[in-house]
Write a protein that binds this ligand. Structure first.
Ligand code: SME
Length: 137
């Protein structure tokens, strides 16, 4: 399920663009289903290095989106029990699933250093973006 090298370059550019354009996007990256395992594997990203290169389905915000098939917006990560901390600076997070042929194959994950930073437009833009990504992976 891993994207090809060419696709990875495109996904990295998307991360760079989002990171540059939106000041409160402070970690922007993709996770994809790791082969036939029920776990996510870190893909292209921009931001601080993370220990969470593999995330089992169900664990953390990312792992929950892998099973719920729905966007998960977290305005304040302190309110979440099932949360995997990447950085103490992270205050909020949004994770949007990516579908290919109707199957949940990955996600985009954005962390912010601001509490409750994400707008309706951000959510809609990310959902649109993930639809487009689903067509090229
Ligand atoms: N916070 C995520 C883990 C991934 S890092 O944010 C990059 C989670 O709870 O799943």
């Amino acid at each position: 399920e891993s994207p090809t090298h060419n696709t990875e370059i495109k996904l990295k550019k998307i991360c760079q663009l989002l990171d540059q354009e939106i000041s409160y996007f402070n970690w922007t990256g993709f996770y994809f289903k790791n082969g036939d395992k029920d776990e996510l594997k870190l893909g292209p990203y921009v931001g601080a290095e993370t220990d969470h290169t593999i995330i089992p389905y169900g664990k953390g915000i990312c792992g929950q989106v892998a099973v719920s098939n729905e966007t998960f917006e977290v305005p304040d990560v302190k309110e979440q029990d099932n949360y995997l901390s990447c950085s103490i600076d992270t205050k909020a997070e949004i994770v949007v699933p990516i579908f290919k042929n109707g199957e949940n194959v990955g996600q985009i994950d954005i962390d912010s250093h601001k509490i409750n930073p994400f707008t309706t437009e951000d959510k809609e833009m990310l959902e649109w973006l993930c639809e487009e990504v689903g067509k090229i992976i």
